[in-house]
Ligand binder design. Structure first.
Ligand SMILES: [Zn+2]
Length: 88
């Protein structure tokens, strides 16, 4: 398990919590685009949106993220130099 895997899981959990807290900027899966979601592997959930959270890797940086509603791809970057940063 890589730091990117851990950070990605934390982002999906953050989106789930925000959706359940009635955050209208977080969207559930649109069934019309569902078939695009599986090319990044099995998904733990299908909520999409963007946000900023405390970084679960370095614990001090701010992790900015965005999850695409069309295909579930996650882009994220921590404010700490040399911490996690990726695009799918
Ligand atoms: Zn970090």
């Amino acid at each position: 398990v890589t730091n990117t895997d851990i950070a990605r899981d934390a982002i999906l959990e953050d989106l789930r919590i925000r959706f359940q807290a009635n955050d209208k900027t977080v969207k559930p899966l649109d069934p019309k685009t569902a078939h695009h979601w599986w090319n990044v592997g099995l998904q733990k959930n299908c909520y999409s949106g963007s946000g900023i959270m405390q970084c679960p890797i370095c614990k001090v940086g701010k992790l900015r993220y965005s999850r695409n509603s069309y295909n579930g791809h996650v882009h994220a970057a921590c404010s700490t130099k040399e911490c996690v940063r990726w695009m799918e």
